[in-house]
Write a protein that binds this ligand. Structure first.
Ligand SMILES: *[C@@H]1O[C@H](CO)[C@@H](O)[C@H](O)[C@H]1NC(C)=O
Ligand SMILES: *[C@@H]1O[C@H](CO)[C@@H](O)[C@H](O)[C@H]1NC(C)=O
Ligand SMILES: *[C@@H]1O[C@H](CO)[C@@H](O)[C@H](O)[C@H]1NC(C)=O
Ligand SMILES: *[C@@H]1O[C@H](CO)[C@@H](O)[C@H](O)[C@H]1NC(C)=O
Ligand SMILES: *[C@@H]1O[C@H](CO)[C@@H](O)[C@H](O)[C@H]1NC(C)=O
Length: 941
């Protein structure tokens, strides 16, 4: 009985299956199989096969049928074209034609699908329709998706034939020209239009106002311009969703043009230009927005009135608008569902106020870069318990970090950097915020131990505490953070040993602990840090030798200067083939520079100054094709200068500084080039010192071999290094003449050959070195006349030439006299202390620096030429009339050039070269100046 029942059931199933099969129409199945050859991506359309088992094409991938009629209604062929096969051949027969990387649509292929409503062809390289086989064949289609195609400008021509169309999506289709809407304006049923991420420009065509059914319009990321108040968007009052972001629209901050759009819920208008409109009257908007994103360059005054009537907002961004007034607590009170509030980079002032227990929905609060002061509300934890992200950096907050932040159990990112906060990190925070991944408290006045024993921030990934007064040792609790990848403790008062357990934190990429009082050897366990990219322990009290096994495979920047490291450079280091910066200056390293240095193929900055290195300068240095700065000064190196030395300069800094347009691209290139930390560019305080170091060094190209025991002649080949800016060979035992090839050093700003045994004439061609601002050949055996006193050379006085008894003529004694050389000369020691230009540190300071300030939304650029000198009176000495671009500083991090001392003077010039005053560096850069390093200058040999 039972088995009979089973058979019956099976039979019924079979029958049903059979019926279902019937429901895919033969001609549609055939038509699908005809389409298949054109969509060759192997992972797609897998089950599009002939055969008895596959008769029901409604079950095929990407197909939807009407369950009543069995007809295909949706055909989803997105991203189904496998480009790699497309090399050179074409399909010409009755279907698509494909050549190179494009495909032409034969719309008649879709004719068999009589009920087809949705056609998705995104990402197939479609470049338009075949002639006479175009849109009229698709007149019943309601939804056409062609995103990421390569459509021609005339694409819209004839599109009016798609009379049923409701949804048209042309995202990222390389469309350019203006959106003339020929044809498009006939699509009166159109409800959704997306032309975002194209190159469309011009003002919006008035034909757009015919599309009165539009519910959703995406125009973002194009080049549209024009005043929104005068645009056809006014008429599209059915809109629910409107995206205008990343264009050049002028938008009145009142949003009055949209007051009649009663259904508008989502308005995206970031990165446009906002203005204050005058005729706002007392009108009220009819909309209740859910999402409002406004940002751009603008000076928009008070927070706009229409916001007072909104109470459904969930996502609100009002950034880079220079909005004034107090912190708008009412926005949070009126909009109890608010999840995201971003008011970054405005001019809000006064204290931050929050109401207890009122902002329970708030997840992201970012009010960085305003003028907010006072304390962080004590009860912030209770009033916003659901926060995931809290950013209040770059304000003027004082007082302590409220312990109640510890009540935010979900908090993942906390940034309170660049304020005047004091006190310690509350224990409640380190206990309670157990979801925290990013903790940024840099550049405040925080103090005490970093963390207490009680600690549960086990999820930490980034920890930035630099620029405070933290003391004590590196907290052991960090060893419980398995994901920690970046720590910056630089510029604090930390002491104690560098813990060996750090070597077990296998994901560490950045260890930045410069300018502290850390001591002891670098733990041997650091050899296990295979993902390490940056190690900066400079200016501590690190001693002993580098672990012989130390040579992280991916490391990019190593800064260990100003410690007491001894021993020789381990050859294992040569395995760090990604190394760009190696700064071991001001230590007690001894031994030779290893020959294997030629393995460091990426090395750009080799700074071994002021150690006890001996032996020869290895000619293997010549193999390093990316080297742009060699500083081996103040060692005991002997032998000759290798004539094969070759340096490059970073082309980013070529004469034409147009390349420095403030579009962000430059910075990203710069970062990729010099830092390559593999991150998108974001100028938080993170790595600030590094970005500077990176940037400044990027500009530097030069050789400093001063204060060694080098012998032999100066290789004339050095004169071919036409891009170097500094050459210092002083205080050696060099003989022979000054090569006349030096007149090719067209970029050179500082040339010091003093204190050698050079003889012969000074090549008169040197007057062609227009950028030269510092020059000395003192204390040699040179003879003849100094170069003509013209151009730069008019500014070089006798001190530049003294100590060469046989030199005569201006500015030295006249040649006619035969009396012995004057003995009254300033003593060398005194002279050195007076102008000190033999030292690279002072060279750096003497360099003219153009600061480029990027104001707010990165569209305005203020050029400011800056020269930096150790005191304002000295500025004459170093004045170079040829200001050149040396460093870039954006408004996020106007700061920190490692070699500039905070009490240095900065002389500023406007873009016309007019002196606009001078200021101490510390004042110019404000808070950030605390990171200013102290390149230990004026150190004799
Ligand atoms: C499916 O087809 C039936 C009859 O042809 C039609 O009435 C119905 O509107 C269709 N449904 C859809 C979702 O297209
Ligand atoms: C658009 O609408 C205007 C009236 O508002 C009408 O004169 C014009 O013909 C329409 N254009 C198209 C292409 O339908
Ligand atoms: C921002 O607004 C303040 C106050 O209205 C004004 O003084 C300042 O010049 C504005 N800044 C910019 C960049 O427009
Ligand atoms: C929003 O807050 C403002 C200021 O407190 C108030 O005048 C307004 O009535 C509030 N609006 C709503 C809808 O609650
Ligand atoms: C330095 O190297 C560059 C390319 O790497 C080469 O073009 C140039 O000729 C070299 N210069 C000298 C002086 O060898």
């Amino acid at each position: 009985m039972e088995s009979k029942w089973l058979i019956y059931a099976l039979f019924t199933l079979f029958l049903l299956e059979g019926l279902w099969c019937q429901r895919c129409w033969d001609q549609e199945r055939t038509a699908l199989l005809q389409l298949k050859p054109f969509f060759t991506k192997p992972t797609h359309l897998k089950n599009w096969e002939r055969g008895e088992q596959n008769l029901d094409c409604c079950q095929w991938e990407g197909i939807d049928c009407n369950s009543t009629s069995g007809r295909v209604i949706t055909l989803n062929l997105n991203y189904s074209w496998f480009e790699e096969e497309s090399d050179d051949y074409m399909y010409t027969p009755n279907g698509f034609m494909r050549s190179e990387n494009v495909m032409y649509l034969n719309a008649s292929l879709f004719l068999p699908f009589v009920e087809l409503k949705s056609l998705h062809l995104a990402g197939n390289g479609i470049a338009g329709c075949m002639e006479n086989e175009g849109f009229h064949n698709l007149s019943k289609v309601e939804e056409l998706i062609l995103d990421n195609s390569i459509l021609p400008t005339n694409f819209f021509h004839g599109i009016g034939a798609l009379t049923s169309l409701k949804v048209l999506s042309l995202y990222g289709c390389e469309l350019n020209g203006s959106l003339t809407l020929q044809g498009l304006s006939e699509l009166t049923h159109l409800e959704v239009l997306d032309v975002s991420y194209n190159y469309l420009g011009g003002a919006l065509s008035s034909c757009l106002s015919n599309l009165t059914s539009l519910l959703s319009l995406s125009l973002d990321s194009n080049k549209f311009f024009g005043d929104i108040a005068l645009s056809p968007l006014n008429k599209l009052t059915s809109l629910q969703y409107l995206s205008l972001s990343d264009n050049h629209f002028q938008i009145p901050i009142s949003l009055q043009p949209f007051f009649n759009h009663s259904k508008l819920k989502h308005l995206y208008a970031e990165n446009n230009e906002f203005y204050i409109d005058t005729n706002t009257e007392s009108l009220e908007p009819t909309f209740q927005l859910n999402t409002l994103l406004l940002s751009g360059c603008g000076d928009c005054g008070a927070i706009p009135n229409f916001l007072y009537s909104q109470h459904n907002l969930e996502y609100l961004h009002l950034s880079h608008l220079n909005l004034t007034g107090e912190f708008p607590i009412w926005l949070l009170e009126n909009n109890t569902r608010l999840k995201t509030l971003s008011l970054v980079n405005n001019s809000l002032s006064g204290p931050i106020e929050l109401t207890a227990h009122s902002h329970t929905s708030l997840e992201d609060l970012d009010i960085s870069k305003n003028f907010l002061d006072g304390h962080i509300p004590m009860e912030i934890g209770a009033s916003s318990p659901s926060l995931l992200e809290l950013k209040i950096s770059k304000n003027s907050l004082t007082g302590n970090i409220p312990p109640s932040i510890g009540d935010m159990e979900s908090l993942q990112s906390l940034d309170l950097s660049h304020n005047n906060l004091s006190g310690g990190i509350p224990e409640k925070l380190t206990m309670g915020c157990s979801s925290l991944r990013l903790l940024t408290l840099s550049n405040n006045n925080l103090q005490g131990q970093i963390f207490s024993e009680k600690f549960s921030l086990f999820q930490l990934v980034e920890l930035q505490l630099n620029g405070n007064h933290f003391s004590g040792s590196i907290p052991k609790s960090l060893s419980n953070c398995p994901d920690l990848s970046s720590i910056d403790f630089s510029n604090n008062n930390l002491s104690g040993r560098i813990p060996s357990w750090m070597g077990n934190m296998s994901y560490l990429q950045e260890i930045i602990m410069s300018n502290n009082g850390l001591e002891g050897p670098i733990p041997i366990d650091f050899c296990q840090l295979q993902y390490l990219l940056i190690l900066d322990l400079s200016n501590n009290n690190i001693y002993r030798s580098l672990p012989s096994c130390f040579g992280p495979g991916h490391i990019v920047h190593v800064h260990l200067s100003k410690n007491r490291l001894e021993g020789s450079l381990p050859t294992q280091f040569c395995k760090s083939s990604s190394l760009v910066t190696l700064d071991l200056s001001d230590n007690q390293l001894s031994g030779n520079i290893p020959d294997c240095i030629n393995m460091l193929g990426e090395l750009s900055y080799l700074i071994l100054k002021n150690n006890n290195l001996e032996g020869k300068i290895p000619f293997q240095l010549c193999k390093l094709q990316k080297l742009s700065l060699i500083d081996l000064s103040q060692n005991h190196l002997s032998g000759c200068i290798p004539s094969c030395l070759n340096l490059t300069t970073n082309e980013l800094y070529n004469e034409d500084n147009r390349i420095l347009s403030a579009n962000g691209q430059f910075f990203s290139r710069l970062f990729n080039d010099t830092l390559s930390v593999g991150e998108p560019v974001h100028f938080t305080t993170k790595n600030m010192a590094y970005s500077y170091k990176g940037r400044l060094l990027t500009y530097m190209s030069g050789i400093d071999l001063s204060c060694n025991k080098l012998i032999g002649e100066i290789p004339y080949e050095i004169g071919h290094l036409s891009k170097i800016r500094v050459l210092n060979l002083s205080h050696n035992f060099l003989v022979g003449g000054i090569p006349s090839t030096f007149s090719n050093l067209k970029q050179i700003e500082s040339l010091d050959l003093s204190y050698n045994n050079l003889s012969g004439k000074i090549p008169p061609e040197l007057v062609e070195l227009y950028f030269l601002s510092t020059f000395s050949v003192a204390y040699n055996n040179l003879s003849g006349k100094p170069p003509a006193r013209i151009r730069q050379f008019a500014t070089f006085d006798r001190s530049c030439y003294q100590g060469n008894p046989l030199l005569c003529g201006e500015p030295m004694k006249s040649c006619s006299t035969t009396s012995p050389p004057p003995m009254i000369q300033e003593g060398p020691t005194q002279r050195r202390e007076d102008d000190g230009f033999i030292d690279m540190g002072v060279f750096y300071r003497a360099l003219p620096i153009r600061i480029i300030t990027v104001i707010s939304s990165e569209t305005t650029v203020l050029l400011m030429d800056v020269q930096i000198h150790s005191n304002p009176k000295n500025s004459q000495c170093f004045h170079s009339p040829f200001l050149d671009v040396k460093a870039q500083v954006d408004d996020e991090d106007m700061a920190v050039m490692n070699h500039i001392r905070s009490d240095d003077w900065v002389v500023m010039f406007d873009e016309h070269g007019l002196d606009i005053g001078s200021e101490r560096f510390a004042e110019l850069v404000g808070d950030a100046g605390s990171n200013v390093g102290n390149y230990n200058s004026l150190k004799g040999c």
